[in-house]
Design a protein around this ligand. Structure first.
Ligand code: PMP
Ligand code: GLN
Length: 389
């Protein structure tokens, strides 16, 4: 019998993150593949979740999200970026950023519409665009600097462009888009009357003093931009699946219509706890950056010490290295062998590309791990490097 899976979802199979975490589990290799921290987020937030459970907040929350979280998201956007939102009509809580992406894309795209995105892209973008029956048009960011190529970006736009799906800071490259690059995207979106959906889940993970520029703050963009974020990354709670989107009232209402029929609601007691987290003082946010920047430096130095070319990221908790000196040829096949070669798991960047040649030897490593875990991974990689050399 032919596959029961609809044709347009057949390319997607099992996500690379699930596959690589299962591989780490099976082999006992250190998991620098799937991006999740190995320590918990702020104690105030954990206590608030326990209090919410004990306080009986265990039934369906309101469809748009609990009021204190809607308020906290609006206050956060004003506090950090000067963006003013009406919490009642311009904010929607979702089941992680993943559902925010899905509800917006499914709400705004008709079959045949085109979505412009950069590759490498986060895996759910391609799958969600396919679910909507839309077509993705990409512009490649190339190792090691991942600069935007204006000509290819322009070429990706057409009269059918419905929206641009952007991600800054960018997974998997760690790139932080410059203001000029964002202005270019914005001007092309305006020219083609397209929406911009901007995934900013790593908005608080920027290094070396780099500044996050939300697309919604660019001149003329607030009316056509939907901004997405998540408690998972900032507060080290990826399993809570508390995400959100914000933007113009009519776009938020459209996403809410779709979201009702994806999960209806989610994460009841974790919503008030995420509100507490968002309101933490500057010392929390600064501490997060300092600790993650140190981890970045630790892993990048170890990879460079092996003679690998590394693109030192300005944001996120991922670093891409060229693993050619370790024997990488085909990304996926090499990543599947990496536990055996080095006792470490990483993610092949090639799976996030349409252009299979763009990243054949590139591997993404996550550094949101305890220092001792990163040190042990570095030792293992160094031993593998000695053997390969
Ligand atoms: N967008 C990007 C760029 C991500 O890296 C991730 C998550 N890991 C998500 C969206 C999904 O976030 P969530 O876990 O909140 O659904
Ligand atoms: N966003 C995480 C990563 O990039 C993984 C999330 C997932 O497994 N879907 O590693």
């Amino acid at each position: 019998m032919s596959s029961p899976l609809i044709t347009r979802m057949q390319p997607f199979g099992t996500t690379i993150f699930a596959e690589m975490s299962a591989l780490a589990g099976r082999t006992g290799a250190i998991n620098l593949g799937q991006g999740f921290p190995d320590t918990d987020g702020p104690q105030e937030m954990l206590d608030a979740a326990k209090a919410a459970i004990d306080g009986g907040r265990n039934q369906y929350p309101p469809g748009a999200g609990v009021p204190e979280l809607l308020e906290a998201i609006a206050s956060h956007q004003e506090r950090f970026y000067g963006i003013r939102l009406d919490p009642a009509s311009q904010v929607l809580v979702t089941c992680g950023a993943t559902e925010a992406i899905a509800s917006v894309v499914l709400a705004l795209c008709e079959p045949g519409d085109e979505v412009v995105t950069f590759e490498p892209y986060y895996d759910s973008y391609a799958a969600t665009i396919a679910l909507a029956g839309a077509t993705r048009r990409t512009s490649v960011l190339r190792f090691p600097d991942f600069a935007v190529d204006e000509a290819s970006l322009r070429a990706a736009f057409s009269t059918r462009t419905r929206l641009v799906l952007l991600n800054t800071p960018h997974n998997p490259t760690g790139k932080v888009f410059t203001r000029d690059e964002l202005e270019l995207v914005a001007s092309l979106a305006r020219e083609h009357d397209a929406w911009v959906v901007t995934d900013e889940v790593y908005e608080h993970l920027l290094f070396d003093g780099a500044q996050h520029v939300p697309v919604a703050t660019l001149p003329g963009m607030a009316d056509r931009t939907i901004t997405i974020s998540s408690a998972g990354k900032t507060f080290s709670a990826t399993g809570w699946k508390v995400g959100w989107l914000s933007g113009p009232e009519e776009a938020v209402a459209a996403a809410r219509t779709v979201k009702q029929f994806l999960t209806f609601v989610a994460s009841g007691p974790f919503q008030p706890a995420s509100a507490v987290a968002l309101g933490l003082g500057d010392d929390f946010y600064e501490g997060l950056v300092n600790s993650m920047q140190r981890k970045r430096d630790l892993l990048c130095s170890a990879l460079e010490g092996l003679g690998l070319q590394v693109s030192r990221p300005q944001g996120t908790y991922f670093v891409i290295a060229d693993a050619a000196p370790l024997g990488a040829v085909g990304g996926l096949e090499f990543a599947r062998r990496l536990p055996e070669i080095a006792g470490v798991v990483g993610v092949p960047v090639s799976v996030f590309h349409d252009d299979a040649d763009a990243a054949r030897t590139l591997i993404r490593f996550a550094f949101c791990k305890k220092d001792e875990v990163l040190q042990e991974a570095s030792r293992r990689l160094a031993a593998a490097g000695t053997h390969a050399g």
